[in-house]
Structure formats: structure tokens, C-alpha cells
Design a protein around this ligand. Structure first.
Ligand code: SF4
Ligand code: SF4
Length: 261
């Protein structure tokens, strides 16, 4: 579940489109209803709270506590770029008491201003881990970034190679079922496509129509519909994505750097 749609980094090819300056977050009074609606029917093996940058959600700690209450046996992970932990003074204690793992993603070996802030943040995070003993993971994504569309911004287009099985087979995000607007979506690139579409007028672009028409699963779905949703592998919408995994330069454009300039 994306707790916030905005991010202070701008990684080219972000599968949540947060590099395009998306705004906003899911307030806890709304997100709690979404989560409780599904908690009676689903127990995820892993529940990830991410974004965008989840630290930009002022209700973050409430989400950590709720996820622990709903799914104490599940692996629960907060995935963050690690730069904004100071926004939540009780973050580290809450990670420890809710047994939530913090996974810190890493995005550039080249952006000096980013590296400078990242290193300072990581030192503080590790210091707190040694003090409190919460679980800490590390996600280097400089070389494993999976790009799901071609072009940039208004000129972005789906791959549309008409081979959804191969696209799904090579997909790095096929485990990433997403809770968004109260519904279950197959993956982040489909769930958040509407945000990029709104920003760049993609709803008027013919090539995007089949993917913008994707229908997520609503909480009113029957058990049979939920079961079919969970079992579904490739489907026509997967034609949106590439049929070959290609190394892509991560292309981080640091908003941090712009802000500091
Ligand atoms: S850190 Fe980069 S990949 Fe992660 S949400 Fe922000 S822009 Fe996307
Ligand atoms: S649409 Fe299919 S292939 Fe593309 S990211 Fe989602 S699950 Fe993967």
C-alpha cells in the first residue's frame, strides 16, 4: 500500500510514477477503513507500506500500529528512501514495538548531494537500530530498476508488444498486489497510472486506453472473485510492460539537489 504519493527523489522510471511530482497521501481515517475492510478476508505473507515516500504521511506511525494489530503474523515492512525519518520522532521506537522491518532503498552512486544526505541518514538509522534492535533491510535499486513504459512524461507510452505472458514472466513487480482507493490492483504501475494520466493528459492518448480501463477488485467482490483475482497470472493488461528485462541507467534526478541549489 502506498501511504504517500509524493517523493523527494525523482528516479527516472519509478513504477509508482512518483518521479513526476505526484502529491498527497492517504489519511489514516480513510486508509484504516480500506485495511479493515480487507483484513477479515486476507492475510498477506508480506504487507509493505511504501510510496512515494511513506515518511511524508503524517499518520505513518498509526499505520505501523494498525498493520501490527491486523496482521501480527505477517512480515510487515516499511520501505523508505531513508531521508526523512526525522519527521517522525517516535519512528524507531514504533518500528521496534510493532516488529516492523525498515527497508531503506538506495538510488544513486553518482549524485553527491544525495549520497551526502543518504549517508548521514543511514548512520543515524543504524545507530538507532543498535539501540532499539528493530529489523533493518537495505534495497540497492541502482542496478535493478524495472521500467514499465517507454518515453517520459507526456510522451510516455506502453510497450504494447502484444505478448502479455512474456511481459508477466519477466516482470519484477508481479508479487506487488496493491491496495489503492480501497480496491486491490494487480500492481503499482496499473494502480497509479491514473496519477500520471491526470498529470500528462494520457487519458486522451489512444495507446493508454486499454490499461486505463483496468478494473481493480472492490471489497464487495465475492469469495470466488477474490480467489480468481489472487490466482490470476498474466492478463491482457500486462502487454503494457516490456517483454525483455533491459538494464536501464537509473537516472536519478535529485529534487534534493535542486532544492539545495
Ligand atoms: S525514491 Fe525513487 S523509486 Fe522510490 S518512490 Fe521515490 S522516485 Fe520512486
Ligand atoms: S501489468 Fe503485469 S507485467 Fe506489468 S507490472 Fe503489472 S503484473 Fe507486471
Amino acid at each position: 500500500m502506498d501511504l504517500a504519493f509524493s517523493c523527494d527523489l525523482a528516479c527516472s522510471g519509478c513504477t509508482h510514477y512518483s518521479n513526476y511530482g505526484n502529491k498527497g497521501h492517504v489519511s489514516f481515517d480513510i486508509g484504516e477503513k480500506w485495511l479493515r475492510a480487507w483484513a477479515g478476508r486476507l492475510t498477506p505473507g508480506t504487507f509493505s507500506m511504501l510510496g512515494g515516500e511513506p515518511m511524508f504521511n503524517p499518520d505513518l506511525l498509526s499505520y505501523l500500529r494498525l498493520a501490527y494489530e491486523l496482521w501480527p503474523e505477517s512480515e510487515r515492512v516499511l520501505i523508505s528512501n531513508g531521508l526523512n525519518h526525522a519527521r517522525h520522532p517516535k519512528l524507531f521506537e514504533t518500528l521496534a514495538t510493532t516488529h516492523t522491518r525498515l527497508d531503506v532503498s538506495f538510488h544513486s552512486y553518482k549524485d553527491i548531494q544525495y549520497l551526502d544526505q543518504f549517508n548521514q541518514s543511514l548512520v543515524e538509522i543504524e545507530r538507532q537500530r543498535q539501540r532499539l534492535g528493530f529489523m533493518l533491510g537495505y534495497r540497492p535499486s541502482e542496478f535493478t530498476f524495472y521500467r514499465t513504459y517507454q518515453g517520459e512524461g507526456a510522451s510516455m507510452r506502453p510497450y504494447a508488444q502484444n505478448d502479455p505472458l512474456t511481459s508477466w514472466t519477466v516482470c519484477l513487480g508481479k508479487q506487488c498486489m496493491t491496495l489503492h482507493r480501497g480496491c486491490l490492483w494487480k500492481c503499482p504501475p496499473l494502480a497509479f497510472l491514473e496519477l500520471a494520466a491526470a498529470r500528462f493528459g494520457l487519458d486522451k492518448v489512444k495507446e493508454w486506453q486499454p490499461y486505463l480501463a483496468y478494473q481493480p477488485l472492490a471489497p464487495s467482490a465475492s469469495d470466488a472473485e477474490l480467489d480468481a483475482f489472487l490466482r490470476r497470472e498474466e492478463e491482457s493488461c500486462c502487454a503494457m510492460c516490456p517483454t525483455r528485462y533491459e538494464y536501464q541507467e537509473h537516472g536519478l534526478v535529485s529534487r534534493l539537489a535542486k532544492r539545495m541549489a
